[in-house]
Design a protein around this ligand. Structure first.
Ligand code: GLA
Length: 398
């Protein structure tokens, strides 16, 4: 493992004690929070760029979490401090509004006050608060650190008593991200952070937002596996613009095809024949085949969980994201290829693309060797050194 960077997940005790002591350092000796809450980052087994097309996806929660210590206030002032950022971030909840209005806010606190704003919009009585945040979810790695931040505040400020309540919190987090933070993301990440259960992947229907827990404990399969996550450290290129462009292309194609979302396409050949250009055809082919791959993986996991077969579906998903959806970069392609060369059952990029992370499903006990091979190939290619983590399907925000 020499020279290889592993991102370790803090245990709950460590996360909690970090934010309790940061709270006291920030707000003064003797000052105590009402409580501590936390929420995980996510990885996605299969189903990429399907959520905003009303399709399905199969994410699960990471053991890496964002911790929040929070104390409610009598007024509507919000004061925030973070273990990852300097200074105090402040805002008045009554003044916060969507991007493009006089209430627009910027910086990391937008994700936090966005959640409070969305809960208020949904009719909840949310006061101001003093809070601190610390996190072991890698930032900028495509592992949804922003959804973890939103979800931790959602459970601190709202009702998380059952899955229906959690679905409502998810909707508030999506509004926070879309309208207050200004990122047009699709809902998978917030759902994973709020609705996952340990030992399962979360099968989400992104039209109805119905969720089903699919047992996924890679170590218990035959052959047994483990999930290695490779943070490629590739610089994100034009992420926001490219993501929005893919989303717009899908919406255009759906209009041409006369369907509300691409999840309603029933015959791929018929749909392709109706589309005007090759780019539109490739975008639609990715979405439709990717939704079928989600079904395929769920089928495999439900019938004994043949991990080598699951791995082959992951590779097919990556090729589709590379060739048809065109959201990969060389670091993502090389990481997938190197992981498979080193014996992974399969691997693919996760999240929006243009940088970020790769999920590799590897034989149990081989993650360290696969990581070493990927790191060596990256060094030989002159890429930045990647970082790694192990992803055991974990619990949602609490
Ligand atoms: C990002 C978005 C998600 C989803 C993925 C692609 O992670 O936040 O909503 O669209 O990209 O599957």
């Amino acid at each position: 493992m020499t020279g290889i960077v592993w991102n370790r997940a803090w245990d709950r005790e460590e996360g909690e004690s970090r934010v309790r002591s940061l709270f006291t350092r920030t707000f003064g000796a003797g000052q105590l929070p009402d409580g501590v809450w936390s929420a995980p980052g996510r990885i996605n087994l299969i189903g990429e760029h399907t959520d905003y097309n009303g399709g399905s996806c199969l994410p699960f929660a990471l053991p890496h979490r964002t911790y929040v210590a929070l104390r409610r206030r009598e007024d509507d002032l919000v004061q925030l401090s973070s273990g990852q950022e300097d200074g105090l971030w402040t805002a008045r909840l009554s003044e916060v509004g969507p991007v493009g209005t006089s209430g627009e806010v910027s910086g990391w606190g937008a994700y936090v006050v966005g959640v409070a704003w969305a809960l208020r919009e949904a009719g909840h009585d949310v006061p101001g608060f003093d809070a601190v945040v610390d996190s072991c979810v890698p930032y900028g790695a495509g592992l949804s650190s922003s959804a973890a931040l939103e979800a931790a505040f959602a459970v601190a400020l709202g009702d998380a008593s059952d899955d229906a309540a959690r679905a409502a919190l998810t909707a508030a987090c999506v509004r926070a991200e879309n309208e207050i933070a200004g990122a047009p993301t699709g809902g998978m990440d917030q759902s994973a952070a709020l609705r996952s259960t340990a030992g399962h992947a979360l099968l989400l229907d992104c039209t109805t937002w119905a969720a089903r827990q699919v047992p996924f404990a890679p170590g218990a399969h035959e052959p047994a596996g483990e999930v290695l996550v490779i943070d490629t450290k590739a610089p994100h290129q034009l992420v926001d613009g490219q993501y929005a462009a893919r989303r717009a292309a899908c919406e255009d194609a759906a209009r041409t095809l006369g369907v509300a979302t691409l999840s309603e396409v029933t015959s791929l050949p018929d749909a392709l024949a109706q589309l005007p250009d090759d780019t539109a055809r490739r975008r639609v082919r990715h979405v439709v085949t990717e939704i079928a791959r989600v079904d395929e993986v769920v089928g495999l996991l439900s019938s004994g969980g043949d991990l080598p077969a699951v791995g082959r579906v992951l590779v097919a998903g990556h090729e589709s994201l590379r060739d048809d959806y065109e959201v990969t970069v060389p670091e993502l392609d090389v990481a997938v290829e190197a992981a498979v060369d080193a014996g992974a059952f399969g691997a693919r990029m996760v999240g929006g693309g243009f940088g970020g992370s790769v999920i590799a499903l590897v034989p149990a006990g081989s993650a360290v060797d696969v990581a070493a091979h990927v790191a060596a190939v990256f060094a030989a290619r002159g890429f930045a050194a990647p970082a790694f983590l192990l992803a055991e399907p974990s619990d949602a925000a609490s």
